[in-house]
Design a protein around this ligand. Structure first.
Ligand code: NAD
Length: 344
């Protein structure tokens, strides 16, 4: 397998690359990433001297550049993660979401279609998407692979559009693609704008912890390493033309997640229980905020044998430990910033 991971310097991409690089069947692992605010090349520093690994700073909006990589690296498999991924940013400025998520995906499909022309077998394109394409649920039920697409934000609409494009390539050309729709991930290497790292960061900086609306919105949370395991199974044994839902069967209200993080951080810092909860501040709700997502993962479990192996409380605590260590390392290397960090 000569594997291309797009967006490999982002949150999920970094976790994918660190895990898959050690698998013997991965003869070559190439990352394309244009390093937006969410991509960090240093996430992949440990792999610099690995001869099977290559990082290429390219933008998926540049079709010729992608085609060159496909050909020179003789790519056989793709895990497509590169995307603009922050819902709030998509509300402020949707244009990048259309350009990267829709046009960028189109470029990749076209580059693969020409590079793999007439020899689909032994090639695979896994398009990584989100449960947000299905829109919002009421208090009951969960999304299956046949749920109707009903995206609410420019982010989820752009992901939905890219899912439809990928599926159309399978239907029209027999293109060897598979789509995955996953719930919210947590774990190491996530950008600090996202909920879990943001709460940890604000606790450490003694800042308010903003929670949208009344905090009762529900998300299903999955540890990123469980997601990586699912993607590897899909890449190897998933059926071409299918889509697979991936979730943690772990529905949590936003406010409950935030209070759990507060309590786990306080415990690790030896603070009195409830110390950080006092910093929670409810703020005006996000426009078009989906009330609830829940994923039915029966198909990927029954057909591909995937199961979620990380227990939520433990994996969340490990995640917190990772961010605390990262923060402490950073501060010990920067006297200037030391003043900002308040650990009592
Ligand atoms: P992320 O924002 O952390 O990382 C995205 C990466 O893509 C970054 O490294 C960025 O530099 C890169 N990128 C952005 N635009 C690019 C472009 N034009 N060309 C090349 N590289 C570009 O996102 P993430 O959380 O790792 O999500 C990865 C994928 O998984 C996304 O497609 C997202 O929709 C999907 N997903 C994420 C979650 C989640 O909870 N994080 C859940 C389900 C699905």
């Amino acid at each position: 397998m000569r594997l291309l991971v797009t967006g490999g310097a982002g949150f999920i991409g970094t976790n994918v690359v660190h895990q898959l690089i050690s698998y013997p069947s991965v003869e070559r692992l190439v990352v394309i990433d244009c390093l937006t605010y969410a991509g960090k090349k240093e996430n992949l520093d440990l792999l610099k001297s690995n001869k099977r690994f290559k990082f290429i700073k390219e933008d998926i909006r540049d079709k010729q550049a992608i085609t060159n990589v496909m050909e020179t690296e003789q790519i056989t498999h793709v895990i497509h993660l590169a995307a603009e991924s922050h819902v709030d940013r998509s509300i402020e400025s949707p244009c990048n979401f259309i350009e990267t998520n829709v046009l960028g995906t189109f470029n990749l499909l076209e580059s693969c279609r020409s590079a793999w022309a007439g020899k689909w077998e032994n090639h695979k394109f896994v398009h990584v998407s989100t449960d947000e394409v299905f829109g919002s649920l009421g208090r009951e039920g969960s999304f299956t692979e046949t749920s109707r697409y009903k995206p609410s934000s420019p982010y989820s609409a752009s992901k939905a559009a890219s899912d439809h494009l990928v599926n159309s390539y399978y239907i029209t050309y027999g293109f060897p693609s598979i789509i995955t729709n996953c719930s919210n991930n947590y774990g190491p290497f996530q950008n600090k704008e996202k909920l879990v790292p943001k709460v940890i960061d604000n606790i450490l900086l003694n800042k308010d912890i903003p929670v949208y609306g009344n905090g009762n919105n529900v998300r299903d949370w999955l540890f990123v390493k469980d997601h990586v395991n699912a993607l590897w199974l899909v890449l190897n044994t998933g059926e071409i033309g299918q889509s697979y839902n991936i979730g943690g069967d772990n529905e949590i209200k936003n406010i409950d997640l935030v209070t759990s993080i507060c309590d786990l951080v306080d415990k690790r810092l030896g603070r009195l229980n409830g110390y950080s909860r006092n910093r929670i501040k409810y703020v005006s709700d996000r426009p078009g905020h989906d009330f609830r997502y829940a994923i039915n993962s029966d198909k990927v479990q029954e057909e591909l044998g995937w199961k979620c192996v990380y227990e939520f409380e433990l994996a969340l605590d490990l995640t917190i430990e990772w961010y605390l260590r990262k923060k402490i390392n950073k501060f010990t290397h920067s006297n200037r910033k030391k003043k900002e960090l308040v650990i009592e």
